[in-house]
Write a protein that binds this ligand. Structure first.
Ligand SMILES: Cc1cc2nc3c(=O)[nH]c(=O)nc-3n(C[C@H](O)[C@H](O)[C@H](O)COP(=O)(O)O)c2cc1C
Length: 173
C-alpha cells in the first residue's frame, strides 16, 4: 500500500493541495496512492496517543500506517523546519511496524524561496534514525503561491520536470 502524508494539520493548506496533485498525477501513471492528512489526527493527540497510549480515533490511522510500505511525505516549511505536528504523529505511531525498513520519498514546499530544504534535511535525519529508507531525489518547491493554476495543477516548466521525474522514480523505488 502507498500513502501520501500531507504533513500539516493547517486547514486549507497548500500542502494538501500538493498532496492531491501528486495523487492525481500518480493515478494518471496507473499508480494508486491514498492520502493521510494530519488534519485527520485526534485533536488531543498529545494527551491520547503518546507514550504507549492508544485512542480509538487513532487506531484506523495506525492501521493505515502499518499497512503502508511506501510513503510520500509532502512537508511544508514552518519556522525553518518541518511542522511539529509531523514529529508528534511520528512519535505517536507504533514502533517498529510503522516505518522500520520501509521506503519514503520527500517533497518540501514553502512560501519563501527555498522550498523547505532545511526541514527536508531535518526530517531525513529522523527517517534514517527510524530505518526508513529515503529516495535520493527530493523535491523543493519554493514560492508555492505562484505554482498552482486555477485548476490546482502545477504548471511551471521546471517544477513539472522535477516532479514528473520524482514520481517516475517513486513508482520504481
Ligand atoms: C507556523 C508557520 C511557520 C512558517 N514558517 C515558514 C518559514 O520558515 N519559511 C517559509 O518560507 N514559509 C513559512 N511559512 C509559510 C508556509 O511555508 C506556507 O504557508 C506554505 O503555503 C506551506 O504551508 P501550508 O501547507 O500550511 O500552506 C510558515 C507557515 C506557518 C503556518
Amino acid at each position: 500500500m502507498v500513502t501520501i502524508i500531507s504533513a500539516t494539520n493547517r486547514p486549507n493548506s497548500s500542502t494538501y493541495k500538493l498532496a492531491q496533485y501528486y495523487q492525481k498525477k500518480l493515478k494518471e501513471k496507473g499508480f494508486e496512492a491514498g492520502i493521510l492528512s494530519l488534519t485527520q489526527l485526534p485533536a488531543n493527540i498529545i494527551e491520547s496517543d503518546l507514550y504507549k497510549k492508544r485512542s480509538e480515533e487513532f487506531m484506523p490511522i495506525q492501521d493505515l500506517v502499518s499497512k503502508t510500505d511506501k510513503f510520500l511525505f509532502i512537508i511544508p516549511e514552518y519556522n525553518g523546519s518541518f511542522p511539529g505536528v509531523l514529529k508528534v504523529f511520528i512519535d505517536a505511531c507504533s514502533f517498529p511496524e510503522s516505518f522500520y525498513e520501509k521506503k519514503a520519498a520527500l517533497v518540501g514546499l514553502s512560501s519563501g524561496k527555498y522550498g523547505n530544504i532545511r526541514g527536508i534535511d531535518h526530517f531525513t535525519g529522523v527517517c534514517h534514525y527510524m530505518h526508513l529508507n529515503i529516495m535520493p531525489l527530493k523535491i523543493h518547491i519554493g514560492s508555492i503561491n505562484k505554482e498552482f493554476d486555477a485548476d490546482n495543477n502545477l504548471f511551471q516548466k521546471d517544477t513539472l520536470k522535477f516532479t514528473e521525474e520524482q514520481m517516475d522514480k517513486f513508482i520504481l523505488f
